[in-house]
Write a new protein. Structure first.
Lengths: 624, 354, 270
């Protein structure tokens, strides 16, 4: 450790501890135990264990890359891998000790000592910085007191409650089981196993980074593909089920889990093909860029046709369960495209998008329901109500937009959030209960009819969503390149100047709000028809946050980005049920991370790409 | 197409004016109906008012965090409601433990003081972490960017605490001293309400003293006046900002404990969201960036929220008016933002105000 | 004092008793002034004299508290900025305010806003009239890019252009609305001597080739004296002098206003 140069050593330490903190956090919020339920490879590794291994593996990979850039040798890189592995295991191991009956005294010892340690460390720092003795002693006393109150309280809580689990609900047996690799009864052995596995993963990550390019890429490709298919085993099985014999499926999967042989085969195949691609792929790319302009154009057209056929065939390829997920994704794509008009193009951070969604859903529900709350008991059909829902949502959007037109950006966001909450509370209130059913909502919404057949299955509803999304995609592409789109962007960039250019900003903003509301209304109506009942619990702030997250993560103002964002953020929790409990944890983290590290999103819009490629900022003259 | 705007006439103004008239009309008619029906006695009004005042003092404590941060960074710390939740939710375990040992009822004052310190420090830590991780890297970017990270931080914190402590409600234990009521002029006011109001006032005075009388308070004011000049004067801006987040966090955490004494329905991970928005409303109501404004705004909102449903909504013949308490608060929010975004006492903003 | 520039032309812009206050501070104090049609006019004055406030009042950003502003004889105060822009006044900003994340050509296309008629429905349906207008807009934008010397840079994002190009793009955007009057706020700020001369020539071309009346706020006295035909001097929101460059240069009040403050002296012979 001390043979390493200081900066390198601190990189290893910091990243290693970050990785350890990550694993500890994942355990404490319950992710590790929850993911343990999902096996990636049958009787070999669970998703929770994969998570524990992935942290030191990936961290060591990046540490090795940094060390490589500094010209460190193989031995030190491997040592770094070992250290990263140890540090990853360390925080969770300490918590394991604190949690066990035999070693709980360590917890109390730590709690008793920490005020003194913290106070001394900080006071020592100030002393070194040259503060006078009285100030340092005062500081010491203050910190010891403050930290003391906290640690005393924690000690009291744990002493009274008996164990950690009564407070930290996820520091439970399941968690201990996973992190000790099934050695819950024998803690030292469990911790040793945990450390060993973590070290092996760290070393493996460091080694991988030191490999030559081609095998390295191939291995990364093979590992991640296998892990991905393993984790989404259920999805993979559902897709294969539509297309393969039952016996073949049974050889690949045990229930929803990849069998060991299948996983091995998958790993080998994907690694080999990855290897071939890194070697020969360049040639393919070269020959593609070598062909003429017209040829390339026709190739692209062929690609688009294949894609369209694929989209049309999708329900047959993936089956009922996944079609249902596809419909949900589609509804969110629709909402994403709609909200993007307000947020991405016009720069209006609308946090009350659920309002439009709720209006659309309730309008459809009340007008078409054949239940007690239906106003017309089946006179109106889905197709007749869709335009009504659209207009109603537009009208609602208009009503809510007028008051906020003059507001500054951040106030607008909060005001729209307020509107959303008002709508949510009204939907559940006794006041509107005779009309929309209060907490029970409106039931018995018939499915859409298509030339006499009831579109009751997700496979059929899929086409409605697909059509609506395509229409919206078309509209937003057209608007993007129009006078209206330019007006919006000008408002987004600088509202004052936009006004001075002769843009009636109030009107342009109103249009953005209304069009985005219309889309939300249609999405809500489709949602209502899909579910068959509409009740207030579906319309919470989380809808707005969902849509906001997928726009930000996918890429603001980028249409393909929104589609990818919806597939990842909406599809993943649907397909990986263990995950859905933690989706907002992930969304929150992603919103922060994206804004800090990659504000342009996963798939940036053309405009923003330019911006980030050339980071040269012109110097602005100082203001008067 | 009709002409959107002419010299003297604008549709936006017109719509807003109509809205204004409708609201005044609704308030007047509702209040008239209620008062003339005499459904609610004077004593009941006083009780509603007192309850509103105590609830409002909790809003005020949270609102101070918004206002302090806004005064310095001109940003809405949307995650502040979650800072409040962090303190309140963590301290419920301490309260249970103190109750189990009997200390809570033997030395209620000392116990509550310990709880307030604990909650305050927990919330402070959370607030400081949020500033450090989510806001500091984005300082100087357009206003909406930190707002988006703040929304992210808010949901991240909610679900982190849900993961840590579980998703169920947990109730603060009852303190015997605070049960019962005190009779003031023949009207019984619950002791707990007086306690809540009193301790909130004490904390507010402590803050006022901190900002007006201490060195760090002076530095805070200097930074909010003009960051560049403050930097030239040798003030460590980062430290002052961190301190401001810390103070706001401490107040929010202590508000969490006081709230726990006051509201028997208990705490959970989502408890901070709605009080957060309401406290923001209070901060804007009083004039964001304005410390006395936030205090007044909080009290005002609490009272409106308590009296509004009974006075106006019930008077308009709306059933279940008390369910719509939150609607009143959020309507206030929207109305303030529309009609008087500078607040009652006026914004105390220097620097570039857009 | 009010000599008429070049043979008694019409007054394109005129203000009477224009006053703007900010919470007790009088930024523009009962100002009377006029700009002759077809002139290149300058507003000068020490820092904080109220020059930019003056622009903001004319373009409708600030509502004036007293007085009136006439543009081609019609009252424009009380109108919103977009209406004033449509009436034929456009401007640039002291601290360049382009639409940063839009390309150069899009910036200019937005500038043509007052002459555009297509609607969002037309855009969605792809109506021929909308397409024609879009093509025309783009052609005109390309012409203007050429005019301001930015040909071939149309697809660059505004924020990625070098400083001088940004200034020119901003002027191009202001010209796109085919204004009768253009207000330039320190067009040569931050430029080196060669760029300054280019810009000066460019401003002359604006008037001579397109016939636009130009009003500039300028600190560089050489530029002011070189191209202005009419100068208004402001100090503390008041007009202290008005007239031809030669008269201004020798006006004792002007010299006092500048030299009376040490910091401003440098600006004078800068």
């Amino acid at each position: 450790m001390d043979r390493m140069r200081a900066p390198a050593a601190s990189t290893v330490l910091i990243l290693g501890l970050l990785s350890g903190g990550f694993i500890l956090f994942m355990g404490a919020v319950g992710m590790i135990a929850a993911f343990h339920e999902r096996e990636v490879v049958d009787r070999f590794i669970s998703l929770g264990q994969l998570l524990i291994l992935a942290a030191p593996f990936i961290t060591a990979y990046f540490v090795a890359r940094q060390l490589g850039e500094r010209g460190e040798g193989l031995a030190r890189t491997l040592l770094a891998g070992v250290i990263v592995g140890l540090l990853t295991a360390l925080p969770s191991a300490i918590l394991l000790l604190f949690n066990s009956d035999e070693f709980r005294f360590l917890l109390f010892l730590a709690l008793r000592l920490s005020p003194f340690i913290a106070a001394t460390a900080i006071a020592w720092g100030r002393h070194r910085a040259g503060d006078d003795a009285r100030a340092v002693i005062g500081l010491w006393l203050l910190i010891a007191l403050l930290v003391g109150i906290v640690t005393f309280s924690f000690a009291l809580i744990f002493e009274i409650k008996g164990d950690l689990r009564s407070v930290l609900v996820n520091i439970n047996r399941d968690w201990v089981e996973v992190v000790t690799f099934d050695n819950r009864k024998d803690l030292p052995r469990g911790i040793a196993a945990f450390g060993a596995v973590s070290i092996v993963a760290g070393v493996a990550g460091a080694l991988l980074q030191r490999m030559p390019l081609a095998p390295r890429r191939a291995l990364i490709y093979g590992l991640s593909l296998t892990a991905l298919i393993g984790a989404f085993g259920e999805t993979a099985r559902l897709i294969l089920q539509e297309n393969l014999e039952r016996d073949t499926i049974r050889e690949i999967f045990r229930r929803d889990t990849l069998r060991q042989n299948a996983a091995l085969a998958l790993f080998v195949i994907s690694t080999v093909s990855g290897f071939l691609w890194t070697i020969y792929g360049q040639r393919a790319r070269d020959s593609f860029s070598g062909i003429g302009h017209s040829q390339r154009r026709s190739l692209i057209i062929v690609g688009v046709i294949i894609f369209v056929i694929f989209m049309l065939m999708l329900p047959w390829l993936i089956g009922r369960t996944l079609s249902d997920v596809a419909v949900t994704i589609g509804i969110f794509v629709l909402m994403g495209l709609g909200l993007n008009i307000a947020i991405g193009l016009a720069g209006l951070l609308d946090l009350g998008y659920l309002t439009n969604y709720a209006v659309g859903a309730y309008i459809l529900a009340v007008l078409t329901s054949i239940g007690p709350l239906g106003l017309f008991k089946g006179t109106f059909t889905f197709w007749m109500v869709i335009p009504i829902a659209l207009l109603a949502a537009m009208f609602a959007g208009f009503l809510f937009a007028v008051p906020v037109l003059r507001m500054r950006g951040d106030y607008l966001a909060i005001a729209t959030l307020g509107f959303g909450e008002i709508i949510g509370k009204l939907a559940i209130s006794d006041w509107l209960k005779p009309l929309i059913g209060g907490a029970q909502g409106v039931q018995a919404i018939p499915k859409p009819l298509f030339f006499g057949t009831e579109m009751k299955n997700p496979e059929q509803l899929y086409y409605i969503v697909l059509a609506a999304s395509l229409v919206m995609l078309f509209v937003s592409i057209r608007l993007n390149n129009s006078r209206t789109g330019r007006q919006w962007m000008a408002i987004r960039e600088d509202e004052d100047v936009a006004t001075a250019m002769g843009i009636d900003t109030a009107r342009a903003k109103l249009l953005a709000f209304t069009l985005s509301a219309a889309t939300g209304g249609v999405a809500g109506a489709i949602f209502a028809a899909k579910v068959g009942t509409v009740f207030p619990n579906s319309f919470t702030v989380f809808i707005s946050i969902n849509v906001l997250s997928l726009i930000i993560v996918g890429g603001i103002a980028s249409n393909p980005g929104i589609v990818v964002g919806a597939i990842v953020l909406i599809g993943m929790p649907e397909l990986l049920r263990e995950f859905s409990e933690f989706r907002f944890l992930l969304y929150g983290a992603l919103l922060i991370l994206m804004m800090i590290k990659r504000p342009q999103g996963l798939i940036p819009s053309k405009i923003v790409t330019h911006e980030h490629q050339s980071g040269v900022k012109p110097k602005l003259a100082a203001a008067d | 197409m009709f002409k959107w705007k002419t010299d003297e006439f604008s549709w936006v103004d017109f719509t807003i004016d109509v809205l204004r008239i409708l609201i005044v009309l609704a308030v007047v008619v509702g209040a008239w109906n209620t008062l003339s029906s005499g459904r609610i006695t004077f004593a009941q009004w006083v009780n509603l008012f007192a309850a509103g005042l105590s609830q409002g003092s909790i809003y005020a404590l949270i609102a101070l965090g918004y206002t302090l941060v806004y005064g310095i960074l001109l940003m809405i710390n949307f995650a502040h409601g979650e800072v409040f939740m962090a303190g309140a939710f963590s301290t419920v375990f301490l309260a249970e433990a103190l109750n189990r040992t009997g200390f809570l009822n033997e030395q209620p004052l000392l116990a509550i003081l310990i709880m307030i310190m604990f909650a305050g420090l927990v919330s402070m830590t959370v607030a400081i972490l949020v500033e450090r991780v989510a806001y500091r890297p984005l300082r100087g970017s357009p206003r909406l960017v930190p707002l988006i990270t703040a929304i992210g931080a808010s949901f991240f914190l909610q679900y982190t605490f849900r993961g840590l402590y579980g998703s169920g409600f947990k109730a603060y234990p009852q303190i015997k001293v605070l049960q019962g009521a005190i009779s003031i002029g023949g009207i019984n006011i619950p002791t707990v309400q007086i306690f809540v109001f009193g301790s909130a006032l004490a904390l507010m005075f402590a803050l006022y003293w901190l900002v007006e009388r201490t060195r760090i308070g002076k530095a805070m004011r200097a930074v909010s006046e003009n960051k560049e000049v403050a930097r030239l004067m040798g003030i460590d801006i980062d430290w002052v900002i961190l301190f401001t987040f810390g103070v706001g966090g401490f107040l929010a955490g202590s508000a969490g404990v006081i709230n726990g004494m006051f509201r028997p329905q208990g705490v959970n991970f989502f408890m901070g969201f709605i009080p957060g928005i309401k406290a923001f409303t209070a901060a804007v109501l009083g004039g964001i960036g304005n410390i006395p404004g936030a205090m007044l705004g909080g009290l005002f909102l609490g009272v409106i929220e308590a009296i509004g449903p009974n006075l106006v909504l019930a008077g308009l013949g709306i059933p279940g008016a008390n369910q719509l308490k939150d609607v009143i608060a959020f309507t206030m929010l929207v109305l303030v933002l529309i009609f008087r975004p500078q607040g009652i006492l006026g914004e105390r903003l220097s620097e570039t105000k857009a | 004092m009010a000599e008429k520039a070049k043979g008694g032309r019409e007054r394109i812009l005129e203000a009477k008793g224009m006053t703007k206050r900010f919470e007790g501070l009088v930024a523009v104090d009962s100002l009377d002034f006029y700009i002759p049609d077809g002139a290149i006019a300058s507003i000068i004055g020490p820092n904080g004299a109220g020059k930019t406030t003056f622009f903001n009042c004319i373009t409708g950003f600030y509502e004036i508290d007293e007085g009136e502003i006439l543009f081609n004889g019609a009252r424009i105060n009380g109108r919103s900025p977009d209406q004033i822009a449509r009436a034929g006044i456009s401007r640039t900003y002291q601290n360049i305010r382009l639409f940063n994340n839009m390309s150069a050509i899009e910036n200019i296309m937005v500038g043509q806003e007052p002459h555009l008629k297509s609607t969002w429905i037309g855009a969605i349906l792809g109506l021929p009239s909308t397409r024609q207008e879009d093509e025309l807009t783009e052609d005109r934008a390309n012409e203007l890019l050429h005019f301001v010397g930015l040909e071939g840079k149309g697809d660059m994002l505004a924020k990625n252009l070098p400083y001088g190009d940004q200034r020119r793009l901003e002027i191009g955007r202001a010209l796109a609305s085919q204004p009768k009057l253009v207000l330039l706020d320190e067009p040569t700020a931050g430029m080196n001597p060669r760029e300054t001369i280019e810009t000066t020539d460019f401003i002359r071309r604006l008037r001579d080739e397109i016939g636009i009346t130009v009003v500039l706020i300028e600190h560089d006295m050489r530029v002011v004296m070189d191209i202005s035909e009419h100068i208004t001097v402001l100090d503390y929101g008041r007009k202290i002098a008005e007239g031809l460059p030669a008269a201004i240069q020798t006006n004792p009040q002007v010299i006092e206003a500048y030299l009376g403050r040490g910091a401003a002296a440098a600006t004078m012979d800068h």
